[in-house]
Design a protein around this ligand. Sequence first.
Ligand code: HXC
Length: 257
Amino acid sequence: MEFNNLLLEISDSIAVITLNRPKQLNALNKETIAELHQALEGLKNDAEVRVVILTGSGEKSFVAGADIKEFANFSVTEGTELAALGQTSLFDYIENYSKPVIAAVNGFALGGGLELAMSAHIRIASNNAKLGLPEVTLGLIPGYGGTQRLAQLVGKGRALEMILSAQMIKADRAYEMGLVNHLTELDELLPTAKGLAAKIAQNSPNAIHSAIKCVNAGYTDGMNGFKVEIEEFGKCFGTEDFTEGTTAFLEKRKPQF
Ligand code: HXC
């Protein structure tokens, strides 16, 4: 796969997608959103890949938001389409992706950039990272799911403070708030993300997909997470992964999924 704005590297069952528009601090333009979708769609069907890591190129920025130049003259209709298309084709898509997605946040994660990180299943930040939803300074609000996912991750009060004040928070504060799972030195960021990815990659891909569906169900209107858990739990018994996992346990060996 060839991209204008992304780098893709696959090794040891882990795909690292690097958003690569460093001059624009990796701001998300339409093309990058389409390329990210395309890259993820390709990796979905690649049995070799078990986990995806998203990061930004350079030492300064993960993603500094949606590309402001691109939408500066948008109408109401175009603005609505921007949010709707982005949410379905990328942000909701990542949240419901069948393989775990880890955001390795290596600098600014602002606006759409933080929304991208929040769509991922797990976030790890380097200690130079700065996170925020500054949209209200532009006369906008978060439009890629930020009002919902930030409140889910850190609670309503903290989310409202971040959104209404537009203030960036430092990585250590994001860690305290549970917005990121781990903090690392910048040069340890990718190794840490890959280490976690490698642990995940040893587990049953089928069970992992089921677990993602169940956790997400609890945050989805009209779905009963407990009910989905029962259904997904039952389905596991019909999979080769279940046979392999239980057989390996009984034979006192490591499972090979
Ligand atoms: C387009 C951007 C950009 C963005 C930075 N750049 N952020 N271009 N869209 N979101 C560009 C700058 O214009 C500049 O290009 C270059 O990147 C370097 O940025 P500087 O501002 O010179 O760097 P610095 O002074 O270090 O400041 C870094 C920064 C600042 C604090 C991150 O760039 C900034 O505030 N960026 C905007 C952050 C933001 O508001 N994000 C939310 C966007 S709205 P030139 O060509 O001048 O060198 C959003 C909505 C999502 O995300 C929902 C949509 C549906």
